[in-house]
Write a protein that binds this ligand. Structure first.
Ligand SMILES: [Zn+2]
Length: 342
């Protein structure tokens, strides 16, 4: 990237109300069959245009073609029975009825490659594509086959590597793995989580990101955040090993969070997508608030490695709020670019 402080989003953006019910996760589609296929493409075009209108530098599909950032990928795999459901605790936080792993997992065909090719055909800007991370995938399932979180994660890492290589061949510039579970299971992250992530990116030439956040702005997450005390030091547990890993970029929640920003010193040398937009509030940040978060981060991240971003996906927000937040992100980044170029 030649742009100074290139902006991007963590991933999802709101869908149009004609495609899915707005301001909701796992919102059911309103269209069917070919109409749904066309509708998803149209929504992707709109989402891309809105990112362009806001001046976002690294654009994405806004996750318009998927219902959920983890489930949609897993739905395309073999070995998981979505009708056989068990209740498990997701990220040690809330109970959910989840599908069961009933046999060896595999990817009979590509999942997102056609969507990525379509996005590529619509823009010459750098594009980023998000996939779920292996540990976060494991955490959304009941495993009745491998009976080992590590073994299942390793199998998912191999599958993700196949998908990632095809995304790269389709022209994706940056591939991101969403690993909110890295903020919860520290021992496992250090024992095998990062190793699985490295398996998922093995042999890739494009840039790679791991996104580690405190979750969407949904009730279960905001209530959990209330229990974390005045300083959120979760990142401290996984940063030293991530710093040593092959991953190029780390995407983090920074704005309005209680993460001590000096923890970024532990990953010095990595590129950092600094979350400067709160996705758990409808209040629109002022450009100066965004700039303040970025300025603070610049004490620990070299300017050529700082990528202004959102804290997490914006799928559960209204389109109006998400649009304004994108504008604020770009305007805040511009303030800092001018300061750095003085
Ligand atoms: Zn996130």
């Amino acid at each position: 990237m030649n742009t100074l402080l290139p902006t991007s989003t963590a991933g999802s953006l709101p869908k149009p109300s004609w495609l899915a019910e707005p301001e909701k996760l796992w919102s059911p589609w309103k269209l069917k069959n070919n109409e749904l296929l066309d509708g998803k493409k149209d929504a992707l075009r709109v989402s891309l245009q809105e990112q362009k209108n806001a001046g976002i530098d690294i654009v994405s599909d806004g996750e318009q073609t998927r219902q959920h950032f983890v489930t949609t990928f897993i739905e395309h795999l073999e070995g998981v029975d979505f009708k056989k459901r068990e209740t498990v605790k997701i990220r040690d936080r809330y109970n959910a009825s989840v599908p069961t792993v009933v046999g060896p997992v595999s990817r009979p065909q590509p999942v997102f490659i056609e969507d990525a090719k379509f996005l590529r055909s619509q823009t010459d800007q750098p594009i980023k594509w998000a996939l779920p991370g292996p540990m976060t995938m494991v955490d959304t399932l009941y495993d009745d086959h491998y009976k080992s979180r590590k073994d299942l994660a390793w199998e998912f890492a191999k599958i993700l590597n196949q998908e990632a290589k095809e995304l790269e061949a389709a022209g994706v510039d940056i591939i991101q793995f969403d690993e909110p579970a890295f903020n919860v299971f520290f021992d496992e992250v250090n024992e095998w989580g990062i190793a699985c992530l490295e398996k998922a990116i093995e042999g890739l030439n494009c840039e790679t990101v791991v996104h580690i956040c405190y979750g969407y702005g949904i009730k279960a997450n905001t209530e959990w955040k209330e229990t974390l005390g005045s300083e959120w030091r979760q990142y401290e547990e996984v940063f030293p090993k991530l710093q040593q890993s092959n991953i190029d970029i780390i995407s983090l929640e920074c704005h309005n969070s209680r993460v001590p920003i000096e923890l970024l010193e532990l990953v010095r040398g990595k590129k950092i997508m600094v979350g400067a937009i709160d996705v758990a509030s409808n209040r629109i940040e002022t450009p100066e608030e965004v700039a303040a978060t970025l300025r603070h981060a610049l004490n620990y991240v070299d300017a050529d490695k700082l990528y202004p971003c959102t804290n997490c996906g914006m799928a559960p927000l209204s389109r109006e709020v998400a649009r304004e937040k994108l504008n604020a992100l770009q305007a805040g980044a511009e303030i800092i670019r001018l300061e750095l170029n003085k």
